[in-house]
Design a protein around this ligand. Structure first.
Ligand code: GTP
Ligand code: SPV
Ligand code: MN
Length: 585
């Protein structure tokens, strides 16, 4: 491998000194290297080979039972001044973080191989792209990074002699929760991860670099790093509209990005550009261009079925690493919600134990995942690797709200849209450790991922589109409204196209709406319900605004904003005052 970057060589030397590996391997990203690592992973029990006739190139991995999701409590922003991390982040003094976790890294690679993984977030040569180098003791990490990023020699070539890169260090350690730390040093462009082997904690290009570090860089450099899918929607006239959407973890980004239109929408097509992260910049024409910095999908397995998301299922039939799903007796995979008639009579569950459906236990962990190359997705957009990204017409915010939030509404403008993002709330999911189903404020779906003070982040949003006629229109959606028995009121999935269709027509000034206290809401007849079995009553219910219930939301919003004190942008304060005014005293 050709390595010309002196800083990269120096970093590896320093880390060898600290961690004392038995050997060091620079990963070039070749097919040969992949085969070698896969074989070694199978030999050492890290990966289980699946049925290669049914699932060529597919493997299964099981994490430690105490290491199945992101650990937000153990995730820190380590900047010099506590106030720069803001009230929603865990903060640790960088000196203390380096000293404490540095002590754990001492000799931590003894008896192990140090893999050096250069990677690019974004396509090679794109002005959006950023390079990172992850040093890890885990073959699972190397093989996942190979799917999720542009990895190997290609990244060293992009780096050249003096390019800058994010320094990422990971050690699996003993997986003890006491020592587990996910540390971000934005001022040093550095990430340290210790004692975890779970995706979001260890695939350091993803949430750690592409959101936490990138959001910090984006604020300084005048762009945006967001927890958003990107899709292209072609309508029956052949016109294409690009949309980005921010939903919290396990709230439907992958599903929306790969949506298949209902049969009653002939000529409509959704193409996927990204399912989790969008980097957004203003182009020379003043429009907002979005690019997916990842090269693969690290998607939620449970609930993925032929019915709900056939595109995701098809993407994962080769060259995919499954984590914490069921292995069936013929070497295939299974998870809850894979659909009717798919349940095996017997399998090995995510804990590695014999499992039958009669056991009453879940076979796959609720946060079990697949890592699959984006290029294998049947509906991948031909534009997904465009170095300049794609121009956005709309940005959607949404979450899981059993009550209150209507199916869809449009903001009055950019500042009001930013306010909708800033007041997002959603029920927690299995994507992070902790209670599930509790409503929490999750602005822009970034509460676990913003690398600096969120008050400044809101200010950055406002700043990005000041008086800008080219700014995308902002909408709020909620696929998760429930009746009193807990049944979903909206069919969701493919039928979400009906909402996207209204959004696209709104962007073109061609769809009706009524003005309400919270924004523009479609009248029931503005949503195309051809071929949909939904009662007028239900539709009216999910398109209604309960003023009293919205008034009752205000104290929660105020309480959340109070955390930011004087730093909260005056534009956000003005929006909450305007909302109160519209709702009436
Ligand atoms: P992360 O990868 O954690 O960021 O998640 P994500 O936002 O990509 O979520 P994903 O699309 O994987 O969906 C998570 C869960 O929500 C799955 O179990 C889906 O079946 C479910 N889901 C997605 N879309 C809908 C919908 O429109 N309606 C309902 N009821 N459930 C949905
Ligand atoms: C999420 O939790 O939002 C994910 C999975 O996309 S992870 O990479 O673990 O963050
Ligand atoms: Mn995510």
């Amino acid at each position: 491998m050709e390595i010309r970057n002196k800083a990269a060589l120096d970093l590896v030397d320093q880390m060898i000194e600290l961690c004392k590996p038995d050997q060091v391997v620079w990963c070039d990203g070749s097919e040969e290297e992949r085969n070698k690592l896969q074989d070694k992973a199978v030999e050492t029990g890290v990966l289980d080979k699946l049925n290669q006739e049914k699932l060529p190139g597919c493997y299964l991995h099981r994490t430690d039972p105490n290491d199945v999701a992101r650990t937000e409590k153990l995730t820190f922003i380590c900047c010099r001044r506590k106030e720069d991390a803001g009230p929603t982040n865990n903060w640790m003094d960088p000196q203390r973080a380096y000293a404490e976790t540095g002590a754990n890294f001492v000799d931590s690679f003894k008896g192990r191989t140090m893999y050096v993984v250069p990677f690019i977030m974004g396509p090679a040569g794109s002005p959006f792209s950023k390079v990172g180098i992850e040093i890890t003791d885990s073959i699972y990490v190397v093989l996942n990074m190979r799917i999720m990023t542009r990895m190997g020699q290609i990244a060293m070539d992009q780096l050249g002699e003096d390019g800058e890169f994010t320094k990422c260090l990971h050690c699996t350690g003993d997986l003890s929760i006491e020592k587990r730390r996910i540390l971000h040093f934005p001022e040093d462009n550095t990430i340290w991860s210790f004692a975890s082997g779970y995706g979001g904690n260890v695939l350091l290009g993803k949430k750690c670099l592409a959101l936490r570090i990138a959001s910090y860089l984006a604020k300084q450099e005048g762009w945006m790093a967001e927890h958003m899918l990107i899709l292209g929607l072609t309508d029956s006239n052949g016109e294409k509209t690009y949309i980005a959407a921010a939903f919290p973890s396990a709230c439907g980004k992958t599903n929306l990005a790969m949506l298949i239109p209902p049969e009653s929408f002939p000529g409509y097509k959704v193409e996927t550009l990204g399912d989790d992260i969008a980097w957004i910049r203003k182009g020379a024409d003043g429009r907002f261009y979005a690019l997916n910095p990842e090269a693969g999908f690290f998607g939620v397995a449970p609930g993925t079925s032929k019915k709900s998301n056939p595109n995701a299922l098809a993407t994962t039939r080769s060259n995919t690493i499954f984590t914490n799903v069921v292995k069936t007796d013929d070497g295939d995979v299974w998870w809850e919600g894979m659909g009717k008639d798919t349940t095996p009579a017997h399998g090995i569950d995510w804990l590695g134990k014999d499992w039958t459906p009669a056991s009453g236990e879940k076979g796959a962990h609720p946060n079990s995942r697949f890592t699959a190359p984006a290029c294998q997705c049947p509906c991948i957009s031909p534009d997904w690797e465009k170095p300049e990204g794609v121009p956005l017409s709309a940005i959607l915010f949404g979450g899981r709200r059993a009550k209150l939030a209507p199916l869809v509404f449009q903001s009055f403008g950019w500042n009001h849209g930013t306010f909708l993002g800033a007041t997002m709330a959603s029920e927690t999911t299995a994507a992070a450790t902790g209670a599930v189903g509790v409503v929490r404020r999750d602005p822009m779906a970034m509460i676990p991922f913003c690398g600096y003070d969120m008050a400044d982040y809101f200010g950055h949003w406002i700043e990005m589109a000041k008086d800008d006629p080219n700014a995308p229109k902002i909408f709020h959606v909620n696929w998760f409204r429930q009746d009193d028995e807990g049944n979903f009121l909206w069919p969701g999935f493919g039928d979400n196209l009906r909402v996207l269709d209204w959004i696209v027509r709104r962007c073109k000034g061609k769809a009706g709406a009524k003005e309400t206290a919270i924004g523009y809401i479609p009248n029931p007849e503005d949503i195309n319900t051809d071929g949909l079995d939904i009662s007028r009553e239900t539709l009216e219910e999910i398109l209604s605004v309960d003023k009293e219930a919205w008034k009752a939301e205000i104290p929660g919003m105020e309480e959340f904003f109070a955390k930011f004190g004087d730093k909260l942008p005056k534009e956000i304060r003005a929006e909450i005052d305007a909302l109160k005014e519209r709702l009436g005293k």
